[in-house]
Design a protein around this ligand. Structure first.
Ligand code: IVH
Length: 683
């Protein structure tokens, strides 16, 4: 407490304790027992009151306060931490025979000693270890390479199923191990949002869970609805019970105790006596797994009595008292009905197999992507074929082949379409690319809508009150045909618009027009990105703006000049040039300029200390993200290089600097710079 702060009165202490108890209780009921005892509104009010009290009396803010779950701490890098006990992996197999061998070997080694097994689910997520001392969460670390992992404590704190403070009795010092999973419904909702924001969607829930744990701002992690499934209690000594009031003699009873302490332990765990029980458990979950709200990729079988573990010992990497059985991807064969084509935002045309509906992995599958023309040709897909479709741990079905049993000798090959399925324009194939695309950017409806969606996305013009349905509505009513039309919208045009999906009232119209007005302040590089020029992403747009400075210079640039921009190849340079030479695009750009959008780079130079220096950045830094450090180099007049060459002045090396870069720098005599030295240089 500092000298000037007022000590908390007893009434505040009491209220903080009361609020903490209530919020912890409601959280526990909601996340562990699926029960809502109060409304979201009432809950938020309690949380807000606690946040305010803690702000007023910082000495009352405990590290285990439920307010810590809101997040807000920012980690530029994650500290690498040595695991106190290595995080082992398990031997795993796809074969039931090997499970039988495991069971027989275990029985043989235990030589008549009575014992049981626990069978549980093998969660498909990210393994982490949580250290608890005196009932409080101290540290959360990812598995990493088993010996060293990343300290992700601030992100782990935001996961509601990770207790910050334990209840009842607990060992004074232990580690709770488990898997962080992304439940399917939350995963899908998040991916939909990412697409709407112009972000790349995650490929599967496991990648999403892993990406979320590595988010730099824990408040962002708090928004991802992650779940922790505990599967192991790691005690400093398995043969000593540190808490005699608890039964810690078996894996099963440890997990039961963990439940009492407040951990989420999935109920699908079974004590088994013999191989028949184990096989029954495997069979049951092989079919039932698709009805779970999260992904699993197998089951884990462990000897239950912990005092037998030492007797069974270890192989090089994994304990002999446990094994994982992994499920095979489920595969079915179903007749192909028709190949149709989808047109994406950028005009890419994707072939889709429409199939006789078939039950696969918990859902009815009717359609699956055929990716591109090359994929179709490699499959040698023909009329009347039956397709082999698989679903592994992921939720998206994949076509893996043609069922040879149903191939007819005279089956006619299916050729990839030559024209756009929507507007009929002949398709073109970009050099070196697997996909064909429709070049009719300004007249092909899915491209037009996609183009508008991209323009309003968060990373572009950030006009968030205009979602896809509203854009379609405006397009259908003839109010917008291109992005410049957005800036001509008036309240009278918007109010009262409706179709069967959405409508716009007075308040909605006001929000839309306000967001459009605000977008006029969006910096030039984002305006350029928003235009949706093929191959020009966020980074490319920044580089173009840095090189040319304003729209007039860019409009006047030749292909040759465009290739001078850092990392810009000829293909992209031609795309940019074609786009900017098109009279329709020029007209739109002029209208956007007239509407007041930013068409010039702002000079944000702070100093000239790095004038004439080219600095290549590699690794992770304590005070900057990689993008921030690059921006900082430029703000001080330097150039942030991409790869090391004779022209490089320094290699600015953070933790985990790329070994190749390091080697090259050494070879060319490029000097190394630490983060601290860099900060001294820029003052
Ligand atoms: S037990 C010594 N139980 O599967 C015991 N692991 O190689 C160590 N996993 O990455 C692990 N569900 O993170 C155990 N119910 C479960 C599990 C589980 C998923 C993961 C674990 C590890 C891998 C095993």
């Amino acid at each position: 407490m500092d000298l000037f702060s007022v000590p908390a009165p007893d009434s505040a202490i009491q209220r903080v304790n009361e609020l903490t108890r209530l919020i912890d209780h409601y959280n526990h009921e909601y996340y562990m027992n699926d029960r809502s005892e109060i409304s979201d509104f009432e809950f938020d009010a309690l949380l807000r009151e606690l946040i305010e009290l803690e702000q007023q009396y910082p000495e009352l803010a405990s590290p285990t306060s439920p307010t810590r779950r809101v997040g807000g701490e920012v980690n530029k890098t994650f500290k690498q931490v040595q695991h106190r006990f290595p995080m082992l992996s398990l031997g795993n197999t796809y074969s039931i025979e090997e499970i039988e061998e495991f069971e027989a070997r275990t029985r043989r080694l235990l030589d008549g000693t009575p014992f049981t097994y626990t069978c549980e689910l093998k969660y498909d997520g990210v393994a982490i270890g949580l250290t608890y001392r005196h009932g409080q969460l101290i540290q959360a670390v990812t598995r990493g390479n088993g010996a060293v992992g990343d300290d992700i404590t601030s992100n782990a704190r935001t996961i509601p199923t990770i207790p910050l403070k334990l209840q009842g009795s607990y060992p004074d010092d232990f580690e709770a191990r488990g898997e962080v999973v992304y439940p399917f419904d939350a995963f899908e909702a998040m991916n939909r949002q990412r697409e709407a924001d112009g972000d790349e969607p995650f490929a599967n829930p496991r990648n999403a869970a892993s990406g979320s744990l590595k988010l730099q701002n824990s408040a962002e992690c708090a928004k991802r609805k992650l779940m922790f499934c505990m599967y192991f209690m790691m005690l400093p000594n398995d043969n000593e019970n540190p808490s005699p009031s608890l039964d810690l003699s078996s894996h099963y009873s440890r997990l039961e105790s963990a439940k009492q302490m407040g951990f989420k332990v999935q109920p699908y765990i079974k004590e088994c006596n013999d191989i028949n029980d184990i096989k029954a458990f495997i069979d049951y979950w092989d079919k039932e797994r698709w009805n779970l709200p999260f992904g699993i990729d197998g089951v884990v079988i462990k000897v239950n009595q912990t005092d037998l573990w030492d007797r069974l010992g270890m192989t090089a990497k994994s304990p002999r008292w446990a094994i994982a059985y992994k499920f095979k991807a489920e595969r079915v064969s179903t007749p192909l009905l028709e190949v149709t084509y989808q047109v994406g935002r950028t005009g890419i045309v994707t072939p889709v197999a429409n199939m006789e509906p078939v039950w696969l992995g918990g859902t009815t599958v009717r359609r699956a992507t055929l990716n591109n023309a090359d994929f179709m040709a490699n499959l040698d897909i023909r009329e009347g074929d039956h397709l082999l479709v698989e679903k592994g741990g992921e939720i998206i079905p994949k076509i893996v082949g043609i069922d040879p049993d149903f191939r007819k000798p005279d089956a006619r090959p299916i050729a990839y379409t030559q024209v756009c399925p929507v507007c009929g324009t002949p398709l073109v194939r970009a050099q070196g690319e697997a996909g064909f695309y429709c070049p009719n950017q300004d007249g092909c409806i899915p491209q037009l809508i996609g183009h508008l969606e991209h323009f309003v996305a968060r990373k572009a013009m950030d006009i968030d009150s205009l979602g896809t349905e509203r854009l379609k509505l405006l397009y259908d009513k003839g109010l917008i045909n291109n992005v410049a039309d957005l800036y001509d919208l008036t309240p009278a045009m918007l109010i009262g618009l409706e179709n069967d999906k959405t409508s716009i009232q007075e308040k909605g119209a006001e929000n839309i027009l306000q967001a459009i007005e605000k977008s006029k302040q969006v910096p030039f590089e984002r305006v350029l990105f928003a235009l949706g020029i093929r191959h020009v992403g966020e980074v490319g747009a920044k580089k173009l703006v840095r090189y040319f400075g304003n729209i007039d210079a860019l409009l006047a640039a030749t292909v040759m000049e465009l290739t001078m921009v850092e990392d810009m190849g000829e293909v992209t340079a031609i795309e940019v040039h074609d786009y900017l030479s098109n009279p329709n695009h020029r007209a739109i750009i002029e209208r956007l300029r007239a509407a007041g959008l930013q068409m010039e780079a702002v000079d944000n130079r702070i100093s000239n200390r790095l004038q004439g220096l080219t600095i290549v950045v590699s690794g992770v830094f304590e005070h900057f993200s990689r993008d921030e450090i690059k921006a900082s180099i430029e703000q001080h007049g330097g150039k942030a290089g991409g790869s090391i060459s004779g022209k490089t002045s320094y290699l600015l090396a953070g933790a985990k600097v790329g070994p190749e870069k390091l080697k090259k720098a050494e070879k060319l005599g490029v000097k190394l710079l630490t983060e601290q030295e860099y900060m001294d240089m820029i003052g």
